[in-house]
Design a protein around this ligand. Structure first.
Ligand code: ADP
Ligand code: MG
Length: 319
């Protein structure tokens, strides 16, 4: 199959057509219309086989995840996703693989009404680069640098589940059948928290998506905002799968350090707490208060007795 045939067969027939796409796939570049009151939000992430996903990951899940991690970055900015480009490098042409990959990619793209408007195909070791573009009202983007002293710190969903799936892949954890299903879904098909991110625009001060582990990613907010945080380990939201599969110390270490959860961590001024909790009740996942932003730099983690946590902080390098 020729390159242009591959593009038209697998990538150029998305059923979704956004009215703001003036020119989609097929020319030297695409054209889109950006509303004058909105800022264009642009992000890109590459996934390399064997590094960002295990080599035996299903092609549907590779397509899904390569888009999900990019949409998660838009969610963390408070943006609505709009357009995508896809650069795909693959070792050979495998129609079954391509069919499943594009099905996974478009399942998520159609769900969030994002249109694929261009890309590139090359031959080489399997790797996928997606660029996602979205829109946010000017001045409402959620920046890492905007946390304020006294802000309440929240995380969405539960932490450490994708990390548990990775442990099980390395035969370092024994999981029940239900836990296996749940945590592998979390690893392979993370849900970008787009509704939450858009709700937070205008309410929250700072946000980040948790790709490298809570301690590392909250650390990025603290560093960018030149502030510190006090976190109560008891408050960290752990799934029952994590709690039943590991002892409490290992479960906490994973919730703090494991990446790939793609939950949001955000900071909210106390005055917006009620407004936020009303909105949050309508979301399909919990948002959990875990601690407070403080003027004193560094990340401090306390156990239920008020003692400082002395366990591993692997993903964490900033303080
Ligand atoms: P050129 O080499 O002139 O840039 P290409 O043959 O690479 O053109 O691409 C032709 C058209 O197909 C372009 O509009 C490009 O954006 C689009 N395209 C190429 N690869 C992909 C892909 N994997 N997914 C979506 N669109 C693609
Ligand atoms: Mg090209």
């Amino acid at each position: 199959m020729q390159e242009f045939e591959l593009i038209s067969k697998y990538f150029a027939n998305q059923e979704l057509h956004r009215p703001d796409v003036l020119l989609g796939i097929g020319d030297d570049a695409a054209l889109v219309q950006v509303p004058s009151d909105q800022a264009l939000v642009i992000t890109t992430d590459s996934l390399v086989s064997g590094i960002h996903f295990p080599e035996n990951t299903l092609p549907f899940d590779i397509g899904y995840k390569s888009l999900a991690v990019n949409l998660s970055d838009l969610a963390a900015m408070g943006a609505s996703p709009a357009w995508l480009t896809l650069c795909l490098t693959m070792p050979d042409v495998n129609p079954t693989w391509l069919q499943a990959f594009s099905a996974g990619f478009f399942a998520l793209a159609n769900l969030y009404k994002v249109q694929l408007i261009g890309g590139d195909l090359t031959r080489g070791p399997l790797s996928i680069t997606v660029q996602a573009q979205g829109l946010v009202k000017k001045n409402q983007a959620l920046l890492r640098s905007n946390a304020k002293v006294g802000d309440l710190i929240y995380v969405s969903g539960t932490l450490g589940d994708a990390g548990l799936a990775l442990l099980s892949l390395k035969h370092q954890a024994q999981l029940s059948a239900t836990a296996t299903e749940a945590v592998y879904a979390k690893l392979n098909r993370p849900e970008p928290r787009l509704a939450l991110g858009q709700d937070l625009a205008g309410l929250a001060h700072a946000a980040i998506d948790i790709s490298d582990g809570l301690s590392a990613d909250l650390g990025h907010i603290l560093e960018a905002s030149k502030l510190g945080a006090d976190i109560a380990l008891d408050l960290l939201p752990l799934s029952r799968h994590l709690k039943t599969s590991l002892n409490p110390e290992k479960a906490i270490a994973l919730a703090l350090n494991a990446g790939d959860d793609y939950e949001l961590c955000f900071t909210l001024p106390e005055k917006n707490k009620m407004a936020f909790e009303k909105i949050s009740a309508a979301l399909p996942h919990p948002c959990t208060y875990i601690g407070k932003i403080s003027a004193s730099p560094g990340l401090r983690l306390f156990d239920s007795q008020g003692n400082l946590y002395k366990g591993p902080l692997d993903g964490y390098q900033h303080f």
